[in-house]
Design a protein around this ligand. Structure first.
Ligand SMILES: Nc1ncnc2c1ncn2[C@@H]1O[C@H](COP(=O)(O)OP(=O)(O)OP(=O)(O)O)[C@@H](O)[C@H]1O
Ligand SMILES: [Mg+2]
Length: 479
């Protein structure tokens, strides 16, 4: 195997210089609210400047460096959004911008956060909120210095070594990982099954300043609706039958680190409301308890669906969507970046063979490039693994061809991918198909048991259409 591995297109970004006493610019045309805010900020010991319109703000920003800009969204001459855009695109992109508005308009909030605002707040700003906000900004600015923000050579090599692919799409993914790793903003990863969402989420965590903290994955599809609340937030002793001692939930376990909500679209509407509160207020209570617990947790969520469609359908809360989708990372399906196949094949074969002999017939690449890969990189992995096992270390183009033809005719449901049987046992005990059938039957039984025999709920818990679920029950003689 002689194919090269792609280069990561990572760029350096200017770093913030750590400061505790901050220099703050207030941009607000309303005299009273401008003066009130200035008083409150000065009382916290910060250095203040105030202006009444966006043009004046630009004049100041062009000649002076500010740590933070508090701007009303609707200031005259140059509005708050344009000011924010200017700040983020200019050399002052490290300045924290806090957007303010009297009416708390959601579209403006979304636009502001997308353009890089640190936060969006409704005026008048409550003193406790202001204190928390300043502490957060001060910590972020005080805790970072150039050395922390610039990726080390080993960090760059890590992304390059783990996220394989020479295509521009994968270059973009690596760039986004680097940006995501530098901030604490929530991330929404979007892509079909098997494109690498889990992999990307774990690399973002590993590269972020939270890497010493825990990384907790929650498979939202696999958790029945009745259990998700106590799984996420834990429960107090005696809060329901069987809860004979308190239990910490995933948010508590992820304290100081990252929580990865896989298939976040599967969370029910009532649980979405709770999740929104944790994300917005960074606080939650265990089930059956009323003691608020602080959540210092970064949220990365993934979805295979277009969440905006779900928002339009009314099955996903719009406010939660905007809170999760601060940084969006879309991973292109493998069929649209076939140029990644050689490097991926080399990488995956190394993982599969683990030092054992591995010979790949070069013509095999043509075969792999003709397939459309509905299961994306995971499907490529399994295809290569089967071929390697069956060919005793030699991956023949002919075998790949016939395997891919048959897999197209007999597509395996996505939902079973996580129950990958031990490949050696699978081959000895009746082959890959037999192992998949076994795992499939176990899943169906498990889902039926957890839903108390309710087939629709069981199908939902598996992320499967009820009709597909019923067909599979019939296939296994369970209907
Ligand atoms: N760019 C890549 N470089 C190296 N390995 C990759 C890449 N993309 C995916 N993989 C590998 O492919 C497999 C599937 O990836 P992963 O589990 O992250 O997919 P996913 O998008 O989370 O899928 P699903 O939606 O089904 O959960 C993993 O073994 C992962 O390591
Ligand atoms: Mg996944």
């Amino acid at each position: 195997m002689t194919w090269g591995v792609g280069r990561a297109g990572l760029t350096r970004r200017r770093a913030a210089i750590g400061v505790r006493r901050m220099k703050i610019l207030i941009v607000d045309h309303e005299k009273v609210s401008r003066a009130n805010l200035a008083d409150k900020l000065a009382a916290h010991g910060h250095e203040l400047a105030t202006v009444a319109d966006g043009q004046e703000a630009l004049d100041r920003l062009q000649t002076e460096a500010f740590d933070v800009v508090f701007t009303d969204a609707k200031v005259p001459k140059v509005d708050g959004i344009d000011l924010l855009r200017w700040v983020k695109q200019s050399g002052g992109s490290d300045t924290h911008v806090v957007m303010m508005s009297s009416n708390g308009s959601i579209p403006v909030a979304v636009q502001a956060v997308k353009l890089g605002a640190h936060d969006f707040i409704k005026k008048p700003v409550p003193t406790d909120k202001l204190r928390a906000l300043l502490a957060e900004i001060s910590q972020q600015r005080g805790g970072v210095d150039a050395a922390n923000l610039a990726p080390t050579a080993s960090q760059r090599a890590d992304v390059q070594r783990t996220i394989i692919g020479d295509s521009p799409a994968m270059d973009r993914v690596r760039r986004m990982i680097r940006i995501a790793a530098q901030t604490d903003a929530n991330v929404l990863i979007h892509g079909e099954t098997g494109v690498g969402k889990d992999l990307v989420a774990s690399v973002i965590h590993r590269q972020s300043h939270r890497s010493d903290g825990p990384y907790v994955k929650v498979g939202c599809t696999l958790l029945p609706p009745s259990l998700i609340e106590s799984e996420l937030y834990g429960h107090e002793e005696g809060s329901f039958t069987g809860a004979d001692q308190y239990r910490r939930g995933r948010f508590e376990l992820a304290e100081g680190g990252t929580i990865y909500l896989d298939d976040v679209d599967d969370i029910s509407l009532d649980q979405q409301a709770k999740l929104l509160r944790v994300i917005e207020e960074k606080v939650f209570e265990r089930v059956g308890g009323n003691r608020p617990i602080r959540a210092n947790v970064r949220v990365i969520a993934s979805t295979k669906l277009n969440l905006l469609d779900k928002v339009r359908e009314g099955t996903f809360r719009q406010d939660l969507y905007y809170r999760l989708d601060v940084l969006r990372l879309r991973i292109t399906p493998l069929r649209a970046r076939l140029e990644d196949i050689p490097a991926l094949t080399e990488h995956l074969l190394r993982r599969i063979a683990r030092g054992q002999p591995c010979h790949f017939e070069a013509h095999g690449l043509d075969v792999l490039s003709r397939h459309n890969w509905p299961g994306n990189v995971r499907e490529l992995y399994h295809t290569l693994e089967r071929a390697w096992l069956i060919g005793g270390g030699t991956i023949s183009a002919e075998l790949l061809e016939s395997d891919l033809e048959s897999s197209q005719a007999d597509e395996v449901e996505d939902v079973f991918h996580d129950l990958r049987p031990d490949p050696v046992r699978a081959v000895e005990g009746g082959g890959f198909k037999a192992a998949i059938d076994f795992a499939e039957k176990q899943l169906l039984i498990e889902a039926l048991r957890s839903s108390g025999g309710n087939k629709t709920a069981a199908a939902n818990s598996l992320g499967m259409k009820p009709s597909t679920f019923r067909d599979k029950l019939a296939k296994h003689g369970l209907s």
